[in-house]
Design a binder for this molecule. Structure first.
Ligand code: PLP
Length: 407
């Protein structure tokens, strides 16, 4: 295994040291929400204890202090994803809000009757429904990039789908239900040949390996704080200023205007135009602290370790008769979805819980993926750099136990 001091890392995450149902917690539900290190908890509570005040509006000490901390978090995020400018990083509540924002505002300005938008077959519902609604609203059509039996996008089909009617591509960087890492850099380059912008759902990539939005050359890039060791209620929509600048606001109200009168309103510039109302200040500052945490570890080594852990887990579960892995792409991150014969995944999840093991059972907000693999649901173990081989062994033992219970 990669040289990675997992026991040291685990001590940063207080939640991991508890017992559940009398057993040490084995937390394998990181794709739904990752755990939060002490440094993020401390930074968020320091804000609430000592610095809380509304941002951007006050001349008094606390308000200025809160504004400085909040904007410092934006700067950290800008550097973390290598955006050109901090104002291209819009604070949102999470990936869902970011994707809804892009779908609504982009389509209002740029989508007309007969236009096409491409999404992939493996998208999370939050990267399908907003585009369906936008398509309905503007008389456009959502077309689907198909995948193969391993859960990989069929790139030749993608290339064929792109045409002069295509106005945007919206695709996951990493699939939350299958773990597939999509070749988005190449997909973006192809879309750009047609002048088509690409919106990347990065909810499951940012927590698992370093990203660089300028290198990818993506037009929009959206992620949540709670899947990257930060607080819920935080997230980022990165957008190239050339696009964001032309798009109308998504929500309106305080903080996003230049002037308001009953004759009409003019809007503020970026990022304020897209940040109406009082933001989730504590969550935003906490997200900045999550970035600090990731920067404080060797993230490349973490990614390599996590990859080895996934390979080990894949091998252990594949060796158990009756277990079927759903999603066997060559290039994967973090996620191991599986079924066991005809045992319902909820039963798997419940028995694993009795062993202190947290996995997710369900459709993972990706019903088209379930339909494709002809399963109602899967059990999903998803890993972070604080998980261990010993935990994988416990998972494999517990899966064996599930099979014995239902034998
Ligand atoms: C790939 C993907 N997209 C979108 C979302 C929605 O994120 P959120 O619920 O944080 O808004 C998730 C949630 O985990 C996800 O995994």
């Amino acid at each position: 295994m990669t040289n990675w001091d997992v026991e040291k890392i685990r001590r940063d995450f207080p939640v991991l040291s508890q017992t559940v149902n009398g057993k040490p917690l084995v937390y394998l539900d990181n794709s739904a929400s990752s755990q939060v290190p002490q440094s993020v908890i401390d930074r968020t509570s320091k804000y609430l204890r000592e610095e809380h005040s509304n941002v951007h509006r006050g001349v008094h000490y606390l308000s200025q202090h809160a504004t400085t901390a909040y904007e410092a978090a934006r700067e950290k995020i800008k550097r973390f994803i290598n955006a050109k400018e901090a104002k291209e990083c819009i604070f949102v509540r999470g990936t869902t809000e970011g994707l809804n924002l892009v779908a609504y505002s982009f389509s209002k300005k740029f989508i007309n009757e007969g236009d096409e938008m491409l999404v992939s077959q493996m998208e999370h519902h939050s990267n399908i429904i907003p585009w369906q609604i936008a398509a309905e609203e503007h008389g456009a059509m959502v077309r689907v990039i198909p995948m193969n039996d391993r859960g990989e996008l069929v790139i030749e089909e993608y290339d064929k789908l792109l045409n002069e009617r295509t106005k945007i591509v919206a695709v996951a960087h990493v699939s939350n239900s299958l773990g597939t890492i999509n070749p988005i850099k190449e997909m973006i380059a192809t879309a750009h040949k047609f002048g088509v912008p690409v919106c990347v759902d990065a909810a499951q990539s940012v927590p698992h390996f370093p990203v660089d939005v300028q290198d990818l050359d993506c037009d929009f890039f959206v992620f949540s704080g709670h899947t990257m060791f930060g607080p819920t209620g935080s997230g980022i929509l990165y957008g190239k200023k050339e696009w964001l600048g032309k798009m109308p606001p998504y929500q309106t109200g305080g903080g996003m205007i230049r002037t308001v009168s009953f004759e009409g309103t003019t809007f503020a510039g970026l990022p304020d135009k897209f940040e109406a109302g009082t933001p989730a200040i504590a969550a935003g500052i906490g997200l900045g602290a999550a970035v600090d945490y990731i920067n404080s570890i060797d993230f490349e080594a973490a990614a390599a370790y996590e990859h080895e852990l996934l390979e080990y887990a894949t091998q252990r579960l594949s060796d158990i008769p009756g277990v079927k892995i759903i999603g066997t792409a060559t290039n994967k991150a973090s996620v191991l979805s599986f079924t066991i014969d005809d045992i319902h995944p909820h039963d798997i999840g419940t028995i694993l819980d009795q062993e202190g093991i947290a996995v997710r059972a369900g459709h993972h907000c990706a019903q088209p993926v379930m339909e494709f693999f002809d399963v109602p649901a899967t059990a999903r173990a998803s890993f972070a750099f604080y998980n261990t081989c010993k935990e994988v062994d416990k998972l494999a033992d517990a899966v064996q136990k599930v099979i014995e219970v239902f034998a």
